[in-house]
Design a protein around this ligand. Sequence first.
Ligand code: GDP
Ligand code: MG
Length: 310
Amino acid sequence: MVPLEGFPARFRSGFVVLWGRPNVGKSTLLNALVGEKTAIVSPKPQTTRNRIVGIVEKPEAQIVLVDTPGIHRPRHQLGNYLVAEAKRCLKEADLILFVVDGSVPPGEEDRLAAGALSEVVPDRSVPVFLVINKKDRLTEGTRAQRKEGYRALIPVQEIVFVSALYGDGLEDLVSSIVPSLPEGPPYYPPGTVMDQPEKFLISERIREAVVHFTREEVPHAVAVLVDDLDQTKEDLVSIRATIYVEKESQKGIIIGEGGRMLKQIGTLARQDLENWFGKKVFLKLWVKVAPNWRKDPMALVRLGYKVRKG
Ligand code: GDP
Ligand code: MG
């Protein structure tokens, strides 16, 4: 078992959000970056609120990728919708990949997507990379033209050409992402293998609900484990899950006065999960203290993470 302490001193980790209009290749890019081993494919890809998380591991960094949902709206509503969606998705972003389709010039939807981005991250507080995808369809002649066309939409820190479909340019992309991430320990235990993607996705939704209500106070110290998932009933999914924190004080915050906070968290998570499953969800949550769960391999195993051998 790999000892989990002793990450390189300057280890970096962060959330990287893929942003862009539909059909530019965001999901293809996410899958290409993550590879099959840890790719999490949602069982219900058509639900719009889905966010697919994938993890890219490097010796010196962990990149957590977040795909934004498919945006299909009437044009007149699109601007507002995109801003709302950007607010929701980009809150926790350490870096944003603004993905565009290099095989065509920028269009109205690209402008709206860029506009929403500028509105939410107006002061370059979060770095934005312009990822020009479908490079395989670009001739040398049109390259420079596309680059100018798309970079005019929004100030970006880097411009990278890739072909998600053919796996071209991905290493360069990863190499430029890493130095832009904050220094810190990995968000997920290294070697995390998505044994049960569905349970993982459920635990992510619960974790998001915790983060939503508790802000900076506890999120880094939270792990959620789905203890039991029962999908045998036609119209109801039953889930029992435990929220693990590192300290008693954090437990207090999550439970809240008279259990009020936990109730809010549970309600939000349940609504999100009902949306996702498309049926009623029964959700029962516990909160437990697991001191140093992030540093202790056995605690991680108890939490249901499989730690890669050797
Ligand atoms: P999303 O809506 O932004 O998530 O886009 P998808 O990942 O679903 O991709 C939309 C379409 O573009 C699909 O048909 C992909 O196969 C295609 N596509 C994605 N990346 C590339 C690429 O690098 N080159 C080419 N030629 N097609 C691509
Ligand atoms: Mg997609």
